[in-house]
Design a protein around this ligand. Sequence first.
Ligand SMILES: Cc1cc2nc3c(=O)[nH]c(=O)nc-3n(C[C@H](O)[C@H](O)[C@H](O)COP(=O)(O)OP(=O)(O)OC[C@H]3O[C@@H](n4cnc5c(N)ncnc54)[C@H](O)[C@@H]3O)c2cc1C
Length: 548
Amino acid sequence: MSSLMWFRKGLRLHDNPALLAAIEGAKHVYPVFILDPYFLRPDPTAPSPGSTRVGINRIQFLLQSLQDLDQGLQARGSRLLLVHGDPVEIIPSMITQWRVNRLCFERDTEPYAKERDARVKELAAELGIKELVTPSTHTLFDPDETIARNKGHVPTSYGQFCKAIGTPAEPLEAPTSIPGPDPEKKGIPTISVPTLTELGYGESDQEFLQQIVKGGETEALARLEVMMAKTDWVAKFEKPKTDPSAFAEPATTVLSPYLKFGCLSPRLFYSKLMAIYQKKTGHSKPPQSLEGQLLWREFFYTVGHATPRFDCMVGNSLCKQVPWTDDDALLAAWRDAKTGYPWIDAIMTQLRQQGWMHHLARHAVACFLTRGDLFVYWEKGRDVFDRLLIDGDWSINNGNWLWLSASAFFSQYFRIYSPITFGQKYDKSGKYIRRFLPVLKDFPAQYIYEPWKAPLDVQKAAKCVIGVDYPGPIVDHAEASKQCKERMAAAYALAKQSTDLPSQEAVEELRRTVNPGGVKRKEQYGAAGSMAPAGKKSKGDIRKYLKK
Ligand SMILES: Cc1cc2nc3c(=O)[nH]c(=O)nc-3n(C[C@H](O)[C@H](O)[C@H](O)COP(=O)(O)OP(=O)(O)OC[C@H]3O[C@@H](n4cnc5c(N)ncnc54)[C@H](O)[C@@H]3O)c2cc1C
């Protein structure tokens, strides 16, 4: 018997039922990882022309995870076989070349993966593979089982979801030894884990590489241990009470990148939480507790798996049809941290530099881009997060953007985060802003969230003149948020007219009525992202004007 163990996510040895099944009674096991060009296609908005749709912090995390997996396999008598190419071609050719009888891989629920895996399964069956093992271990529960427990209905609220679930299975131990590939077989890959440069990431990308966590199962288990050792903190954890501006020591676990790549099993994380809860009476509860956070992940996986077009507005039965603005200049200002609102720009800078931000910081910028201020399509913001987050995850990212844009799951569109006072609540002196926007570091605390309000002599003393060294606010928040509320109210009223999704013609009509000229910029500062006050042409002109 020989088995092909195809690693995709699930980059771990502990609690890996697919791997254990591959080993069971096998003489040879071929542990393979395929660098799929689908994920490595070029991104026109990336800093280096050759770099790909996966941001540098995430790709570095993946490469480290592969190195760690290879070391773990080697310590057990095997090694990772790394290949570049299309899995739909590569897996069948490996099955034939190495005379594999058993194919094992963890089930994936993302649309691209579902299509790819369905094709691979078909081809494997044609090649006579009798044993196909694809356990659902990226999540605590199999999404289809949860739906079956919910009487065949997709749970569309967290409450419904929590009522439908059972108890997760206990995590399994890592294997102690793994039979190696057959050395007699031809075509066993020998390439090692590539470098960032080999994958096309240039120097201008590498400027943004400020990893806060290193990839791999070893690091994941060590981080889990450190977090779970803080038993009081775990027992009292309530997400809304954690501080989004804490950057030196984040206020949450930062285990999301490990869960994304499966370096950490969610069942192991869950079982450690349960062990702590058993000893601590009065511990916090879902949805705010750490258990509650893992259940949010499960919820979005379940609903995302079973909702057609979950990642789109049009044709998504859960999603409000909103006449968003397709304004690339506003999008670029938000993406490139040039909105002129320091709290927003600092968060977007942290995203680009570190690939991670606190949950409430994600709330703030997602709300600002969509229903709070700029009224830009949520899918456009989702794409930026998808590229830059280390934990960028199809189900969770789409689920949260649907939520934050009040398109699904959450309907209080009128509760808007202020880009000024929300950050101030946690960080009066603006330490977070000074860290991520050093151009503002010398501003007095009084003005750090609204630097455009500082008198010119204060701006000059801080060596940062607004409109010259840092942009003025792109929109007037009071006015923009009022307009956003009116437009959302109209979209909600349209949704009420029928139980069916409104037609796109109706949405277009609404756009003409409530959003005729798009989003109004703050006139004083000219075009979005521009640093020039209205009527002034160049930085040189502005400097002359300021000297007067
Ligand atoms: C607009 C937006 C986009 C997001 N995109 C992603 C994404 O692509 N990938 C991602 O992992 N998280 C995403 N989140 C959810 C959340 O912000 C992160 O999971 C969390 O901040 C990760 O930090 P942590 O590991 O310290 O979380 P902790 O608070 O320590 O939580 C533990 C784990 O629970 C899960 N979790 C926590 N919050 C959520 C949530 N709201 N939804 C689903 N699972 C959750 C994560 O796996 C996390 O690692 C997004 C949130 C928003 C508002």
